[in-house]
Design a protein around this ligand. Structure first.
Ligand SMILES: Cc1cc2nc3c(=O)[nH]c(=O)nc-3n(C[C@H](O)[C@H](O)[C@H](O)COP(=O)(O)O)c2cc1C
Length: 331
């Protein structure tokens, strides 16, 4: 395997390029994550997308078969259930018992779970928004690496979103553990820029949504291909659960509900249920859902195999490095 890049992230995961494909609710399934693995990156299957722990276990086995011995991981969202039930521990038990080597945690503080994962020999990367107190916390909890999410990101950029350019540079100064940055990244030039800012690698979500291995309806992908950098919006700030999603009629309706004073969370909750999004992925009826999407959708210009997207990013990175080498002449 030729290894064009050598960073602490390529070393940590044993991958060709310093790129990880972070968890994608409903979409990061065994087929997609195995395609990521075969392309020389590492991807994380989203545990929350499986209906139960048995299905997750089966998913892990399927991903292992399809990955041809290449590394892959599982994304575990740390959340406190409204009814107080611990839904995270059974997922942790499953990944340990199934021999998963890599876990991405996100959401709430993973302190209560990280020790168990580490004791089982699992490499843990924790994902946080670009606010330095969270970045440092991930390091102090013993995460092997940290993913820092900038404001441009699809999904949860944090309650106080900080642009990727600032978040990356500040995080590189704030921690010693390997640093992965994300948020609006979709090109090889941006990969090189992130490395220049002090990161060891990048994470991407949105850019890969148009890959053929993503099971969602073609109409959804065509909508992403047509979308530009201004076609996403932040919402749910009123619930302190800020998300970046594609601008759709459904999202505009939720934003209107958020304008009402006082805000009535109960009126919003049915519209943001995960099943609404899953249905839109199935039918392609994008207007009827809130679908996480980052500003980097502007780079998602074609529906093609994931490996082709990765090839393009690698070629762009090569050109960007060559260009930088012509710009600086010391002495
Ligand atoms: C459609 C979609 C679904 C996502 N679902 C999850 C999820 O279930 N868990 C998670 O930790 N992050 C989730 N994210 C965030 C991504 O893992 C990643 O952090 C983000 O996409 C990076 O920014 P980018 O979209 O600009 O590449 C999701 C993002 C998108 C676009």
């Amino acid at each position: 395997m030729n290894k064009p890049f050598k960073t602490r992230i390529t070393d940590l995961y044993g991958i060709r390029l310093p790129i990880i494909a972070s968890g994608l609710m409903w979409l990061a399934d065994p087929v997609y994550v195995a395609a990521v693995a075969r392309a020389g990156l590492i991807g994380f299957m989203t545990a929350a997308s499986f209906p139960n722990v048995e299905a997750l276990r089966a998913g892990i086995r399927r991903c292992r078969e399809l990955s041809e011995g290449k590394p892959f991981g599982v994304n575990i969202m740390i959340r406190i259930s409204r009814d107080g039930t611990d839904r995270v521990t059974p997922l942790i038990d499953a990944v340990i018992e199934e021999g998963v080597k890599f876990v991405e945690t996100a959401g709430n503080n993973p302190e209560a779970y990280i020790r168990r994962l580490k004791d089982a020999g699992i490499i843990v990367v924790h994902k946080v928004p670009g606010v330095m107190r969270y970045v440092k916390k991930a390091e102090s909890l013993g995460a092997d690496a940290v993913i820092v999410i900038g404001a441009e990101a699809g999904g949860h950029p944090g309650v106080e979103p900080v642009g990727t350019m600032v978040a990356a540079a500040a995080a590189a100064r704030a921690v010693k553990i390997p640093l992965i940055v994300a948020g609006g990244i979709g090109t090889g030039e941006q990969l090189v820029a992130a490395l220049a800012l002090g990161a060891d690698g990048i994470a991407m979500g949105t850019r890969f949504l148009v890959s053929e291995e993503i099971w969602a309806h073609r109409q959804y992908k065509e909508r992403l291909v047509a979308a530009g950098e201004a076609d996403t919006t932040l919402l749910l700030q009123s619930m302190r659960n800020t998300q970046r999603a594609l601008k759709t009629g459904h999202v505009a309706m939720i934003q209107q509900l958020e304008q009402q004073q006082p805000v009535n969370n109960e009126s919003i909750l049915p519209h943001i249920m995960g099943t609404v999004g899953r249905k839109a992925y199935e039918t392609g009826d994008v207007e009827k859902a809130m679908l996480s999407c980052g500003q980097g959708v502007v780079f998602a210009d074609k529906i093609e195999p994931l490996a082709a997207i990765v090839d393009r990013i690698e070629a762009e990175a090569r050109v960007a490095i060559g260009r930088l080498n012509t710009l600086y002449r010391p002495g």
